[in-house]
Design a protein around this ligand. Structure first.
Ligand code: FAD
Ligand code: NAD
Length: 479
């Protein structure tokens, strides 16, 4: 007889492990299946986010920022440090330690919540059953009245640049270089290209990003995209737009990349090449054809607004379903599905999922962009406040960027907030909370913000919607 659970979850990334914990909190007998192995071939929880995504990339972004600051940033503060040296293996060891501590933390949470972890490859074989292959001759079968699929996503590969050892790599390889590449090529100037390109530029690489689109960061507010392109260029990231990579060859340990743009064909020789052209849902060998699980036209598992698949009792969450490929989106879906299974009312507000790009300056936004409001013909007003006019930003020496608040022209309800600047990743939470509560720009304007803080810039941007920002010198003509 197969072992029985109330819920089985395939995948222990931020979507699956959070779903598992919430199911267990709600009193369900929960099993979670995952196949990820760490560098020592040991099973490890946390999925892409902890092992090869959010956490290791942010650890390296932090370390590389400290390195760059110590090379050139501290002199302006009157702090004279000389003889700064990079110890890349220590930096990588710290990153691995941060990852290990967090993945062990999830294992502890699983034990504390009584979740059964099943190591191996899980496959949906019916609406109630999952088979688990773990190298043995026979698959183990477990069953439950509800199954949640959370298998995540993998990097897209392109024929023009097939991965090759530690020379042509995806994002995972780019988190583990053992030497700083002299010249580093990156295909794709999206989020991964910019974050990992920034890490290696700060550590000393000459970084060239080849981006197929003519436009830069199309999903962000276009005023921010324009300013960010200029700022990243100033930092030394060589971003080439409209660049279509045609082929690449490894010759004597270097990569020759051929690409074309509006001005013709070009070739670049780089020491390492990162392919960062997006991610695709992991549905391979996830289910048998007999289950009849439906995928959508782009290969994602088809789900409704509450993550129900076409099979009764089977849900899918995280990167494997529509919506942004973000850890917090998957985690929120995990909580929603656990609560739905427990018979509670639950939903996800897909309109208010914040996005962050952890470059320097950081870029963050929530809600609609100006270009989306225009396209949808929604009347709006904009308030903008530059960090250069914020006291705390000046004290920090972080004056690049601004905050923009967009509100409905008739109701004043805040429809979007866009930030480029210091601590944008933290500041966006304030705007998100306000928007969740249906705040108007006037509500933000009437709120008292502590001084001196970066968040005062959000306050001033909200005031600027009515032209009432205090710390901007606008020439006013008397009526
Ligand atoms: P995953 O995290 O991919 O986890 C899926 C898990 O399922 C894996 O452990 C996998 O082993 C397991 N699995 C798959 N198939 C099976 C199977 N058949 N049987 C058993 N187990 C299976 N997002 C952010 O929000 N913020 C960031 O800063 C951020 N930075 C990133 C940086 C990088 C370099 C990358 C690559 C991604 C980053 N992301 C970030 C995206 C984020 O990692 C993903 O959105 C998130 O991990 C998706 O969560 P998930 O649980 O759906 O899938
Ligand atoms: P992306 O979609 O952000 O960027 C991919 C870029 O590659 C795009 O600009 C695209 O136009 C370009 N591109 C595609 N094919 C190309 C080609 N053949 N030649 C040149 N350029 C090409 O994807 P990503 O950077 O790979 O990241 C994958 C996902 O991971 C993102 O969608 C994001 O959701 C998630 N992620 C999030 C964070 C974060 O939240 N800070 C960080 C990293 C990754």
């Amino acid at each position: 007889m197969p072992e029985r659970f109330d819920v089985i979850i395939i995948g222990a990334g931020p979507a699956g492990y959070v779903a598992a914990i919430r199911c267990a909190q709600l009193g369900m007998k929960t099993a979670c299946v995952d196949k990820w192995l760490d560098g020592n071939q040991q099973p490890v929880l946390g999925g892409t986010c902890l092992n090869a995504g959010c956490i290791p990339s942010k650890a390296l972004l932090e370390s590389s920022e400290i390195y760059e600051q110590s090379l050139e940033g501290y002199a302006a503060h009157g702090v004279d440090i000389s003889g700064v040296k990079l110890d890349l293996s220590a930096m990588m060891a710290r990153k691995d330690k941060v990852v290990a501590e967090l993945t062990q933390g999830i294992a502890q949470l699983f034990r504390a919540n009584g979740i059964t972890f099943c190591r191996g490859h899980g496959k949906l074989i019916s609406s109630r059953q999952v088979s688990i292959e773990n190298g043995g001759s026979q698959a183990r079968i477990i069953e439950a009245s509800h199954i949640i699929l959370a298998p995540g996503s993998s990097p897209v590969e392109i024929p023009a640049a097939p991965l090759e050892g530690d020379i042509i790599v995806d994002s995972s390889g780019a988190l583990n270089f053992t030497k700083v590449p002299g010249r580093l090529g990156v295909i794709g100037a999206g989020i991964i290209g910019l974050e990992l390109g920034s890490v290696w530029r700060r550590l000393g690489s000459e970084v060239i990003l080849l981006e197929a689109q003519e436009a830069f960061l199309m999903m962000a507010d276009q005023q921010i995209s324009r300013d960010a392109l200029r700022e990243f260029g100033r930092q030394g990231l060589d971003i080439r737009l409209g660049a279509r990579v045609l082929s690449s060859q490894i010759k004597r340990g270097k990569v020759e990349v051929q690409y074309e743009d509006a001005s013709g064909s070009h070739q670049e020789k780089v020491d390492r090449l990162i392919v960062a052209v997006g991610r695709m849902p992991n549905t391979d060998k996830l289910f048998t054809a007999e289950t009849g699980l439906a995928l959508n036209e782009w290969g994602y598992i088809h789900v409704d607004d509450q993550c129900r698949t076409n099979l009764p009792g089977v849900y899918a969450i995280g990167d494997v379903v529509r919506g942004p490929m973000l850890a917090h989106k998957g985690s929120r879906e995990g909580v929603m599905v656990a609560e739905l299974i427990a018979g509670q009312a639950a939903s996800v507000n897909y309109d208010l999922i914040p996005s962050v790009i952890y470059t320097h300056p950081e870029i963050a936004w929530v809600g609609k962009t100006e270009q989306a409001l225009k396209a949808e013909d929604i009347p709006y007003r904009a308030g903008v406040f530059p960090f250069a006019a914020n006291g705390r930003a000046r004290a920090l020496g972080e004056t690049t960027g601004f905050i923009k608040v967009l509100s409905h022209a008739a109701t004043d309800r805040v429809l979007g907030a866009h930030i480029m600047g210091p601590q944008a990743s933290e500041l966006i939470a304030c705007a998100t909370v306000a928007m969740e509560f249906g705040a108007s720009s006037e509500d933000l304007a009437l709120t008292v913000f502590a001084h001196p803080t970066l968040s005062e810039s959000l306050h001033e941007a909200a005031l600027d919607v009515e032209g009432q920002a205090i710390h901007v010198a606008k020439i006013r003509t008397k009526k």
